[in-house]
Design a protein around this ligand. Structure first.
Ligand code: FAD
Ligand code: NAI
Length: 478
């Protein structure tokens, strides 16, 4: 097979890779993207972890399970009741799979539209010659390019000695397929790790009827989240029935045909056991360079296995770039995308830029948790003088009309300049509300800027304005 030459070859078609490829093509580069993900028929399924076993399917199940929860527990207060509410988990999973396929197909369409050449298979470095990198697809040297963008993502981290079997011990992959054969939620579900996946997937299966126990190693709940928000979240999740145990130490895990038994020491050091039908292990993710043959070109990895890059996503090799989960920084789809765009622009000689200080985070539980910038505890640790303003959704007309008044918006601003330093939201549509705050911080807005801007009434966004007013101790509705 003759080698095809490209200006840019992107290895990995997740949010980092497919977006980098599209942006490179937009900028006039002859671009190829290689992705190995297979759908259940063996065909291409670009979109990576995010589309196939991450952001998209988890949000589909969060939505379905929330409808079920509302019908069972919240619609009655609106005067809507239904008898004999049924749940068909297999159908719910099939809908999720359809949503995933729509996204896979959407990416293949975007590749065509932008004239990105797509190769389905595993990409690997073969070597470098005359300023060109040679790349194989499924073992056959096929492509050559001046620039290579590595976007090979991450994999779930297993507990030492307890590999994922996706039947009893589940990664995010299996966690999104529970009930595929039985058509029902498990009776008892264990989760190790009260991080983002643990809380989101724990919420899905709790809403669908499972008794969920979450075992977390750290003594603090959601340590990276603003303390006030984490405290509120712990209270709400407990009320919902999630049993979250902090400060545990996992001693052993045994599987049988019928279930899983976890032996652990609780926060007081007392030996405990937890017997469950299934166990989700969500203790973080590891960068993925499996099969990439980085040695062929001498790409440097750090002790976590991440590709070493500088702030501009440049690796230690000329014209080899790396973005997304396979490099340092938060493992978030939008961070991967921003890096992908910035790298394509840098290849074009432009000044691609990612502001790592204002990458928003969202946890899609109910209530949602979203934030941008510094937490109150970070500001205290830095010794930075700040003012805080907080406004509860309880005092917001739209939240009352929605029947969803849990939580608040909290804004932190510099004590002297009033520049917004962080915004922390727990409550309805926090994922959407945080966008205004990211824009404000990108433009170095002050809390007074937000306070002086007209926000539609009645809207949840008025709570952001009121939180800004609260920074100056002059809320109007609380
Ligand atoms: P990936 O999405 O992992 O894509 C890498 C791609 O490269 C994959 O398709 C892989 O098959 C392919 N690949 C790897 N090696 C090769 C090779 N050698 N040759 C060819 N192809 C290769 N983030 C959010 O921002 N919001 C969310 O709501 C969210 N929810 C999540 C829920 C779950 C359950 C999980 C697990 C993650 C979630 N994330 C979320 C994180 C998000 O999925 C990742 O941050 C994101 O997918 C990273 O993008 P990426 O392009 O770096 O890698
Ligand atoms: P995580 O880092 O969010 O949480 C892992 C949790 O497991 C931590 O609280 C940690 O203290 C705990 N832990 C680690 N080892 C443990 C052990 N041995 N015993 C008990 N607890 C232990 O990782 P998670 O949930 O696996 O998700 C991985 C990443 O995927 C996230 O960090 C995030 O980047 C991304 N993601 C993003 C989502 C979003 O943006 N909404 C949704 C889901 C995942």
């Amino acid at each position: 097979m003759s080698t095809q030459q490209f200006d840019v070859v992107v290895i990995g078609g997740g949010p980092g890779g497919y977006i980098a490829a599209i942006r490179a093509a937009q900028l006039g580069f002859n671009t190829a993207c290689i992705d190995e993900w297979k759908n259940d028929k063996g065909g291409p399924a670009p979109g990576g972890t995010c589309t196939n076993v991450g952001c998209i399917p988890s949000k589909a199940l969060l939505q379905s399970s929330e409808h079920y929860e509302h019908l069972n527990h919240h619609f009655a207060e609106h005067g809507i009741t239904a008898d004999n509410v049924q749940i068909d988990v297999a159908k719910m999973l099939a809908r999720k799979d359809t949503v995933v396929k729509q996204n896979n197909d959407g990416i293949l369409y975007l590749f065509k539209k932008n004239k990105v050449s797509f190769f389905h298979g595993r990409g690997a470095f073969v070597g470098a010659k005359d300023g060109l990198y040679e790349i194989s697809v499924n073992g056959t040297p096929t492509l050559a390019a001046k620039h290579v963008v590595v976007a090979t993502g991450s994999n779930a981290r297993a507990l030492p000695g307890t590999p994922f079997d996706e039947e009893r011990i589940l990664s995010n992959d299996g966690a999104l397929r529970i009930g595929a054969s039985s058509g029902a939620a498990p009776k008892k579900l264990g989760v190790i790790g009260a991080g983002v996946i643990g809380l989101e997937m724990g919420s899905v299966w709790r809403r669908l009827g499972a008794e969920v126990t979450v075992l977390e190693g750290m003594p603090t709940f959601l340590a990276a989240v603003d303390e006030g928000v984490a405290k509120e979240a712990a209270k709400v999740f407990k009320k919902q029935g999630l049993d979250i145990q902090l400060g545990v130490k996992i001693d052993g895990i045994k599987t049988s045909k019928t279930g899983v038994t976890v032996s652990y020491a609780d926060a007081k050091g007392e030996a405990k056991t937890l017997a469950v039908d299934k166990l989700i292990v969500s203790i973080g993710r590891v960068p993925n360079t499996i099969g990439l043959n980085v040695e062929a070109v001498g790409l440097k990895l750090d002790e976590r296995g991440a590709i070493v890059v500088d702030a501009d996503c440049k690796t230690n090799q000329p014209n080899v770039w790396a973005v997304g989960d396979v490099v340092r920084g938060p493992m978030l789809a939008h961070k991967a995308e921003e890096e992908g765009v910035a790298v394509a622009e840098r290849i074009a000689g432009q000044h691609g830029h990612v502001d790592f200080d204002i990458i928003p985070w969202v946890i899609y539980t109910s209530p949602e948790i979203a934030w941008v910038g510094k937490t109150e505890q970070q500001l205290k640790a830095e010794g930075r003088a700040y003012k805080a303003g907080q406004f509860p959704f309880m005092a917001n007309g739209r939240a009352r009309a929605l029947g969803d008044t849990t939580g608040f918006v909290k804004m932190l601003a510099d004590a002297k300049t009033d520049e917004i330093l962080g915004v922390h939201i727990i409550g309805p549509f926090a994922s959407e509300l945080v966008a205004e705050c990211v824009v404000a911080m990108a433009f170095k807005a002050s809390s007074e800027d937000i306070a002086r801007i007209c926000h539609a009434h009645p809207s949840l966004s008025e709570s952001t304005k009121e939180a800004a007013l609260a920074v100056d101790k002059r809320t109007l509705n609380f």
